[in-house]
Design a protein around this ligand. Structure first.
Ligand SMILES: [Zn+2]
Length: 332
């Protein structure tokens, strides 16, 4: 069932994706004279077919699309945006913080992005055979996102007002630097990948990004916890009705996970790759077998944990290469 009516005027479009979570959600919201699309899947025939089915369910054609609002610029949320813009001229919206990165990665210089990510993986101790494989994985994403033209940018705290659709925009950095959530007057929060019902969203250190994504993420969770949310509509999985409880679970999960990550750092130190092996690879500790999530995400998430611990003063960082993190106490 790729299309589910989650509110009288909101259709969840469950789009299949070839990544671990299996599907990504986009949302079609009926407006006075058409629909607004929140997030836009991957550029694949499957995602486009799911969208067409949802448009049919909503009783509109592609030309009834009034706006495409993107919570963030990850491939599974932005992939079809350029296709829809090309076919209908529909305006695209992103947070102002996210737009320059999105344009650099998906329009101007994807090859540079692949280089930056492979360089970062090397710097964090990833062996060459894994670096090359990861480079291929990241390069393959290029085909899954259509290039796009001009984008209208939104600011933190702004009220987005379209005919028959309005929502407050809130900047929630962490999962991506320029991630945003949208709260409408009926207590519906389009929360993208900021809060997910089943899994803890991936929080990764990316090249050229803000330096402490986990600190950003925890701040962003606190920022949204007490919003008047009746139902949250996430980027993956089912609607969330116990909003504050789910936010609290994620805060608690990260408190424990950061302690667990610290406990995995031996006196002689670890690289982000070594920590990722312990956290995400099969045969935990040996680093045998492929990681359970794509390697750039596994290493990026391990690095985000180590950076947070470093910036809290619990670890020291040696620049290397490779970059090694050691317990602050053992170093004195
Ligand atoms: Zn994402």
């Amino acid at each position: 069932m790729p299309v589910v009516r989650v509110e009288p005027d909101v259709f969840c479009v469950r789009m299949p994706i070839p990544f671990p979570l299996g599907s990504v959600n986009a949302y079609l919201v009926r407006t006075d004279d058409g629909v607004v699309l929140v997030d836009a899947g991957l550029r694949t025939p499957d995602c486009f077919a799911a969208l067409q089915e949802a448009l049919e369910a909503a009783g509109v054609s592609l030309s009834g699309l009034r706006a495409v609002v993107l919570t963030h610029a990850h491939p599974d949320h932005i992939g079809l945006a350029g296709v829809l813009q090309g076919r209908t001229g529909v305006p695209l919206y992103l947070l102002d913080v996210e737009e320059p990165l999105a344009r650099r990665v998906w329009v101007n210089d994807h090859a540079g992005r692949v280089r930056a990510i492979t360089q970062m993986l090397r710097a964090h101790g990833v062996p060459e055979k894994w670096v090359e494989e990861a480079g291929r994985q990241v390069a393959a994403l290029r085909e899954l996102v259509a290039p796009f033209g001009p984008v209208r940018t939104l600011g933190d705290g702004q009220l987005l007002e379209l005919d028959g659709f309005s929502a407050h925009v809130l900047w929630t950095p962490g999962h991506s630097d320029g991630h945003m959530v949208l709260l409408d007057p009926r207590g519906r929060l389009f929360c993208g990948d900021h809060v997910l019902p089943e899994v803890s969203p991936n929080i990764s250190l990316y090249p050229g990004a803000r330096p402490n994504p986990l600190a950003d993420y925890l701040d962003s969770l606190r920022k949204v916890r007490d919003l008047p949310v009746r139902v949250a509509l996430p980027g993956h999985g089912d609607p969330i009705t116990d909003w504050a409880a789910r936010v609290d679970q994620l805060l608690e999960h990260h408190r424990m996970r950061l302690d667990a990550a610290y406990d995995l750092v031996p006196p002689e130190g670890v690289t982000a790759f070594q920590l990722a092996q312990r956290l995400f690879f099969e045969g935990s500790g040996d680093g045998v077998g492929p990681p359970e999530i794509p390697l750039p995400l596994a290493v990026g998430e391990a690095a985000a944990h180590l950076e947070w611990l470093y910036r809290e003063g619990r670890l020291v960082r040696e620049e290397g290469p490779p970059v090694v993190y050691r317990p602050a106490e053992a170093s004195t």
